[in-house]
Design a protein around this ligand. Structure first.
Ligand code: TUI
Length: 315
């Protein structure tokens, strides 16, 4: 059994968080992950406060264990969902795609555990000063919106820079990744891509099929020109986006407009041509559909075996 400071901080059995993925992480997935002893996280994504309130209530109907809400700070509804999370007194809030400066004080005062996702040491230090309880250091191997650094370089530098616990994310898909993250100084992991194929994950079958078929080189990061690169599986949509990105004749507004709605088309419609199937670089490691509980038990069991065996190398 792997037990760390994050288990104590969040009141969970295993130091495994499920990433708050837009159009993916709903009450069904979050409830299953929390029931399995991890921390399930609902994505507030670009939806309004009513959507989030309903998802929180559904999650509470599924589990009596702690769960979290991810607030995507670039969302136009961020102030609205930030208030709903406060009103509902959710146990944990994670934030992404920005700084939670305007909200963090009220959340912390309400007794909510606040864990911002950070892509760099400077941002990790900033959120520690704001009162964050822990940080999720996410490397560019992850799916979705990514920072510049990779997990192997980012995590130990963040661990050295802050006094609060660090959770590693990006490129972690099995017990080997989890054990490695702990060796880098993290005291927990967040996984997204591995949970895409969970039975309780309600995305379109085509999305799951694509993750299972993916190879190591099958993801591509596009959108650097817009200042927010996004990693997704290569397909006609990402290839066309990539081509437009390097076409000086296409304006930034046209490029933004081209990407709008593409994640919904992937997750809901399974549209292989026009959908944006966000996924991390470990998609090639994901071989089969499993329940959230099987995923958590397998990953933590493998990490435990590896960590116990690691002393064979020390003479
Ligand atoms: O947020 C994510 N992953 C996401 S958000 C998302 S929705 C979206 N779709 C299209 C474009 C942009 C977003 C899909 N996937 N991960 C956490 C994350 N946070 N990655 C990077 C950051 C981050 C970046 C800058 C956190 C803080 C930060 O602060 C600096 C600043 O300038 O705000």
């Amino acid at each position: 059994m792997i037990h760390t400071a994050i288990c104590e901080l969040l009141g969970i059995r295993y130091p495994v968080l499920q990433g708050g993925m837009a159009w993916v992480s709903d009450a069904s997935l979050a409830g299953a992950v929390s029931n399995a002893g991890g921390l399930g996280i609902i994505a507030a994504m670009n939806a309004d406060g009513d959507y989030l309130r309903e998802q929180i209530r559904q999650t509470r109907a599924l589990t009596d264990k702690p769960f979290g809400v991810n607030i995507m700070l670039m969302s136009p509804y961020a102030p609205d969902v930030a208030q709903v999370a406060l009103d509902e007194k959710v146990p944990v809030i994670t934030t992404g795609a920005g700084l939670p400066s305007q909200y963090i004080r009220a959340w912390v005062q309400a007794g909510i555990r606040v864990l911002p996702v950070v892509p760099s040491v400077a941002i990790a230090r900033m959120v520690q000063r704001m009162g964050a309880h822990a940080v999720i250091a996410e490397g560019g191997e992850s799916g979705g919106h990514i920072g510049e650094l990779n997990t192997m370089a980012l995590v130990p530098q963040v661990v050295d820079a802050v006094d609060i616990p660090v959770i590693a994310a990006g490129g972690i898909g099995d017990g080997r990744g989890m054990a490695a993250a702990l060796m880098l100084g993290a005291c927990g992991v967040q996984m997204g891509t591995r949970f895409l194929v969970a039975h309780e994950c309600a995305i379109h079958e085509t999305y799951k099929e694509k993750i299972i078929k993916a190879k190591d080189i099958d993801t591509l990061a596009t959108g650097r020109r817009l200042g927010h690169p996004v990693r997704a599986l290569k397909n006609p949509f990402t290839r066309a986006f990539y081509a437009k990105e390097y076409d000086a004749g296409v304006s930034d507004q046209e490029l933004e407009a081209y990407g709008a709605g593409a994640l919904r088309l992937a997750a809901r419609e399974g549209d292989a041509q026009k959908g944006c199937f966000m996924a991390g670089q470990i998609a090639g490691l994901v071989q089969r559909r499993q329940s959230a509980a099987e995923i958590i038990n397998e990953v933590t069991g493998q990490a435990e075996t590896l960590l116990r065996g690691a002393c064979q190398w020390v003479k």
